[in-house]
Design a protein around this ligand. Structure first.
Ligand code: CMC
Length: 434
């Protein structure tokens, strides 16, 4: 007997013995051979639930979008190795792939590119939304608020056709919203998007152009940005993606779900780590440039300092995205004809950490955030925009996961259980006699 093609259930089940009763639980197997115990009937048959803080061992869904083998350092979008996509594709091509499951034909890519390009402008009234934000506001919550506010301008996407429109709209408008939030923070006029530029060059133009002079994005920088976006495009069920799915499971709108994902990404243990990495490298440079001293602090259990950009819940090997970015980092620095003290410190930190017992034992390797910040800095992106860049890249992944959830007949509203540890029933005593 082989695996059931519709349910992925394999013939060998798992037996759980509890309270003198044996319960058989099905085993499901994915296309890469990973197996999981389907516990859906566990509570009904035993009264038990499972406990798994941080969902370390819990599969929340089946997904055909991204495959990661963290032990081997493998990442594939829809079956395509990240290294090949990084070398040969563009961000919009990858976005299409994630959303549709297949690479686009030339005609499909041309049509998708035109659609996205023609939707980059924001409604003039919406442009004013940014004027009401404090100048020193962090651009992440500004972007999250802007994405949420799109639902006040556009009708709720409650049919497949409208969802598709909303997807194009979001991919098109996110760079404009991100650039507007930056322009607002530095008090410069907003730059309208340009339809003659590719996705990444247009973003660089809206960020760094101004009405007083001509601006031409450096093609090496535009390609580096496109590559960064590709590498961030999806990463299966991480914190922000699970948030998008959780919010979407209540049938909240696409904009509400993505806005929540942006907020979840902001945390320093997730997308916010790229900002923290550069702050860490700058701090080391400011102090005495000693990578060794900093690493000792990161290893000290009495010190809360962590080596930011290192370690990953899933990768117990070199993050393949970090390997690609390390090379890109050297390329962009070469392009500006210089050296980078921060890159030197980062490489020294990596070298020591990878042979240090503490990091080796715990299998801590550089992750995607370790080198990305240095590239953003060379491109001129301010530090507080780094996580917004991550969000720009992750958007197609969030959208693909939202679509998959919407189409999944097994989708139910996300609603975990808990083990209650609070007070048992007690009598209420009024604080004040009435
Ligand atoms: N520096 C020092 N020690 C670390 C680090 C680090 N960066 N990461 C993990 N450890 C230690 C941790 O103290 C623990 O040690 P012990 O077993 O002695 O208590 C052990 O390694 C396991 O760590 P954990 O926190 O239980 O692992 P986790 O899977 O819960 O957390 C992580 C994963 C990414 C949050 C964590 O490695 C971390 O905080 N890294 C730094 C922040 C960072 O770079 N985040 C970006 C992640 S990649 C982008 C994304 O996908 O979001």
């Amino acid at each position: 007997m082989t695996k059931d093609a519709a349910t992925n259930v394999v013939p060998e089940g798992v037996e759980l013995v509890y309270d003198g009763k044996t319960v058989e639980l099905p085993l499901v197997e994915g296309s890469e051979g990973e197996r999981g115990i389907d516990i859906r009937k566990l509570r009904a048959e035993t009264g038990l639930i499972t406990i798994d803080p941080g969902y370390v061992n819990t599969g929340s869904c089946s997904s055909a979008i991204t495959f990661i083998d963290g032990e081997k350092g493998i990442l594939r979008y829809r079956g395509y190795p990240i290294e090949e996509l990084a070398e040969h594709s563009t961000f919009l091509e990858v976005a299409w792939l994630l959303l549709n499951g297949e690479l686009p034909t030339e005609a499909e890519l041309a049509e998708f590119t035109t659609e996205v390009t023609r939707h980059t402008m924001l409604h003039e009234d919406f442009g004013r939304f940014f004027d009401f934000m404090p100048k020193n506001a962090h651009p992440m919550p500004v972007c999250a608020a802007a994405v949420g506010a799109l639902s006040t301008f556009y009708r709720e996407a409650n049919t497949d056709e409208r969802v598709q429109k909303a997807i194009v709209r979001l991919i098109a408008k996110m760079p404009t919203m991100a650039a507007y939030s930056y322009k607002h923070s530095i008090g410069q006029p907003r730059m309208y998007p340009r339809n003659d530029l590719d996705y990444s060059s247009n973003f660089l133009y809206m960020m760094f152009g101004n009405p007083c002079e001509a601006f031409q994005a450096d093609p090496v920088f535009a390609r580096a940005l496109d590559l960064l976006l590709i590498l961030h495009a999806d990463h299966e069920q991480n914190c922000s993606t699970s948030t998008v799915r959780m919010v979407g499971s209540s049938q909240a709108s696409l904009y509400a779900s993505i806005s929540s994902g942006i907020m979840a990404l902001w945390g320093p243990l997730h997308g916010g780590a790229n900002q923290k990495v550069i702050e860490m490298l700058e701090r080391i440079a400011r102090e005495d440039g000693s990578a060794d001293r900093f690493l000792n602090r990161a290893k000290d259990r009495d010190d809360t300092t962590r080596l930011m950009g290192f370690g990953h819940r899933v990768y117990k090997n070199y993050d393949p995205r970090a390997a690609i970015l390390k090379t890109t980092c050297k390329d962009v620095i070469e392009r500006i004809g210089g050296s980078s003290e921060l890159l030197d410190i980062a490489m020294r930190l990596e070298e020591i950490a990878l042979s240090d017992e503490y990091f080796v034992e715990r299998r801590l390797y550089p992750n995607v955030d370790f080198y990305s910040g240095i590239i953003y800095q060379v491109l001129g992106v301010p530090v507080n925009m780094f996580t917004v860049m991550f969000a720009l890249g992750r958007l197609p992944g969030w959208l693909a996961q939202f679509l998959e959830l919407r189409r999944d007949p097994a989708n139910r509203i996300g609603r975990p259980r808990q083990i209650y540890t609070g007070a048992t029933k007690r009598k209420y005593k009024p604080v004040k006699k009435r």
